[in-house]
Design a binder for this molecule. Structure first.
Ligand SMILES: Nc1ncnc2c1ncn2[C@@H]1O[C@H](COP(=O)(O)OP(=O)(O)OP(=O)(O)O)[C@@H](O)[C@H]1O
Ligand SMILES: [Mg+2]
Length: 251
């Protein structure tokens, strides 16, 4: 009601399967947090979001759940997604400012109804205008390409849940394809490999760390071995094993 008196700021938001980023005009990227929510599933109250929520993963009591509300590029839990988004926006703008113009890119599998609902959720925070931008175009602008160019540019964006390939020209997507195989699938491969071949159990976080620290598609000379902590399934006790980059690549 008194929003007229509050200072307004312009935002750019990348709502991703794995990470959400918020850019503030004139200041840069002020938020880069995992798209994770911890909530009380009896009351459906959000307890924590982002990095705070990731730190709670696997450690919460039975009344709480820690989830990734966007899976494989599709919104799995709309209430949690919009609740998380609002909290992220609040973290960036602070209690006494409100968003003015907001540009947001959403995962490719989001339906039109969900797109409208996300826009409505942001408008609910008194934002003046909400614009949707497709991810390949946003990625192209981010990479410094001239998207208005009439020559074609090819964009390949490997995210957490989806990989998008698109050819763009004249500010639009000429041909585009989205597949549901991306970074998270590679993490799962590492986890499955360790379980099947080494009888060793690691969680999502360790699996991702192994992939990022020791993984590569082709041999790279200066990658070091990685000491992974997990549970040895043959003795049933926690242990650390040394993984070579070759082994991670094989996974
Ligand atoms: N150094 C790295 N090496 C390999 N993989 C990485 C590295 N850093 C991040 N990743 C992986 O990239 C993925 C996250 O990418 P990104 O933040 O672009 O996804 P997103 O935009 O949230 O997802 P989507 O585009 O599917 O909605 C994760 O699977 C993460 O493990
Ligand atoms: Mg993305």
């Amino acid at each position: 009601m008194f929003s007229y008196f509050y200072p307004r700021i312009d935002l750019g938001i990348d709502l991703g399967t794995a990470n959400t980023l918020i850019f503030v005009k004139g200041k840069g990227v002020l938020l880069n947090q995992p798209s994770i929510v911890t909530f009380d599933h009896v009351q459906r109250d959000i307890i924590a979001v982002g990095a705070e929520s990731r730190a709670m993963m696997g450690k919460v009591h039975p009344e709480l759940s820690t989830v990734r509300p966007i899976r494989d590029g599709v919104i799995a839990d709309f209430d949690m997604t919009s609740g998380m988004l609002k909290r992220f926006i609040r973290m960036v703008v602070g209690p006494h400012k409100i968003p003015r113009n907001v540009v947001i890119s959403l995962p490719n599998g989001v339906t039109d109804v969900e797109k409208r609902a996300v826009c409505a959720a942001i408008a609910d925070m008194d934002a003046r205008k909400v614009f949707l931008l497709s991810q390949p175009i946003a990625a192209a602008i981010g990479a410094g390409l001239n998207v208005k160019d009439s020559a074609g540019h090819m964009i390949v964006d490997i995210g957490g849940g989806t990989t998008q390939v698109a050819v763009i020209s004249n500010s639009g997507i000429v041909v585009g394809e989205t597949i549901k195989v991306a970074g998270d699938e590679l993490t799962d491969c590492v986890i499955r490999y360790l379980k099947a071949q080494r009888r060793f159990l690691v969680g999502d976080r360790t699996g991702e760390e192994i992939k990022c620290r020791a993984g590569s598609v082709l041999p790279v000379p200066d990658i070091e071995n990685f000491l992974a902590r997990g549970r040895d399934l043959t003795i049933g006790k926690p242990r650390a094993i040394d993984l070579t980059p070759e082994e991670v690549r094989m996974a």
